[in-house]
Write a protein that binds this ligand. Structure first.
Ligand code: PLP
Length: 423
């Protein structure tokens, strides 16, 4: 991989005692924010910038046909990954647009039936802010709480449904803690009450098996750049039968994508997205096995530090994501301290500019202090054993160093400080 501005450093493998393993710095451990394009994805896209540049909507010549054929092939690749029919895949500019189209589109289309939407406190901002917008124009939204594990309570979900409920919007897997919601049980409840079920699956598709029929999903967003495809492209899955879901378009124009999303299609992006989906379908299982092993090693080693804990369910979660709190360590300080060598974040890329602690962790019941001490570690397809070993060592040293200059930690060690984590 070409990572741009690369620094090569030798890292001695202690266990082996011999040989030098070269790793490239900085190490990228923020795969939940975005993933690099797989080189095979880039290779597939390349011709569609130059010689195969046709507008997929041009019906009168071979340039257009070539573009359309490439788009329809990609549509099949995306559909196959999620067990959908190609016609149920609507290309968008990404998950943010998909979230907006699904929620606003249902809200407008089903206005005659009701105005109530049920969602969850730990959703992505693209869902929460869209719901917030609808509340200003006559919508009613219920925000379900989550347990300490980050999971919703199914009985609470069912109790929240009213005659005016038109949509349940609950994410598949959380971007900050990786927790996977009980999607099949949610869809069963939605079906039983005749309510549509939409899920933001930007973090799940391509990482774990998602099957729109088996899972009972009516609408679902996907983002290419979270699964080793390009940025600025994604899809909204819209069920066509049992039930047939209808949407009011949010972008009007030439009537592309069955009228649900007008605008000239991003052919190279869509081609790359299709290829990325195909690679995930073929390699997800092997990738997951490897990443679970690396993630578990990372957690085991980091949890050797006193007063540290993993946030969210360790049973129902993505294989490559870990959110860890180190009490008495300011996560921003920790991240800044190591960011020459390790690229990390404390949570969502969208909110990391603000100094507010993560609303996701607060919804889990963490207090401000502990939420401020939390790190999200996202592994991915190009993460190596050597990188994880390096990251463990560097992070452990940084935590110990930062605690060494923290007065609160000193008090705790003297037995007068408070302890928030039950070790
Ligand atoms: C990244 C992400 C989004 C936004 O996707 P874009 O394609 O970048 O707009 C939405 N929801 C979740 C859960 C995400 O992780």
């Amino acid at each position: 991989m070409n990572w741009g501005n690369i620094v090569w450093v030798p890292v001695f493998r202690k266990q082996a005692g011999i040989g030098i393993n070269m790793i490239k710095l900085p190490i990228y451990l923020d795969y939940n924010a975005t993933t690099p394009c797989d080189p095979r994805v880039v290779a597939a896209m390349f011709p569609y910038f130059t010689e195969k540049f046709g507008n997929a909507a041009s019906r009168t010549h071979s340039f257009g046909w070539e573009g359309e054929e490439a788009v329809e092939y990609a549509r099949e690749q995306v559909a196959r990954l999620i067990g959908a029919e190609p016609k149920e895949v609507i290309f968008t500019s990404g998950a943010t647009e998909g979230d907006n189209l699904a929620i606003k589109g249902v809200f407008e289309m089903y206005a005659g039936k009701g105005n109530h939407i049920i969602t969850v406190a730990t959703e992505h901002k693209a869902v929460l802010d869209t719901c917030g917008h609808l509340e200003k124009i006559g919508g009613e939204v219920t925000y379900l709480p989550v347990s300490r594990e980050g999971l919703i309570d199914l009985a609470e979900l069912e109790a929240a449904i009213k005659p005016t409920t038109i949509l349940i919007a609950i994410m598949y897997a959380n971007n900050e803690i990786g927790v996977i919601q009980p999607v099949r049980e949610i869809s069963r409840i939605a079906r039983a009450h005749g309510v549509l079920f939409f899920t933001d699956a930007a973090q799940a598709v391509g990482k774990v098996r998602v099957d729109v029929n088996g899972d009972g999903i009516d609408l679902m967003t996907i983002s290419a750049h979270k699964l080793y495809g390009p940025k600025g492209v994604g899809a909204l899955y819209v069920r066509r039968k049992n039930p047939r879901v209808r949407l009011t378009a949010q972008i009007d124009g030439g009537g592309h994508e069955r009228g649900m999303r007008s605008g000239t299609l991003n052919v190279p992006g869509i081609v790359g997205f299709g290829m990325a989906c195909e690679l995930c379908r073929l390699e997800m299982e092997a990738d997951n096995e490897r990443l679970t092993r690396l993630r578990d090693k990372l957690e085991k080693d980091l949890l050797q530090l006193e007063l540290s804990c993993v946030n969210g369910s360790r049973e129902f979660r993505l294989p490559h994501t870990s959110n860890i709190s180190f009490q008495y360590v300011d996560a921003e300080g920790l991240i800044t301290g190591v960011n020459k060598n390790i690229a990390l974040s404390s949570g969502s890329a969208c909110t990391s500019a603000s100094l507010e602690p993560s609303y996701v962790l607060k919804a889990l019941g963490l207090d401000d202090g502990l939420a401020h001490s939390s790190l999200r570690i996202g592994l991915g397809r190009f993460t190596t054993d050597e990188e994880i070993e390096y990251a463990i060592k560097e992070l452990k040293e940084a935590v110990i160093r930062l605690r060494g200059i923290n007065h609160q930690w000193e008090l705790y060690k003297e037995g007068v400080g408070q302890k928030l984590i039950n070790e």
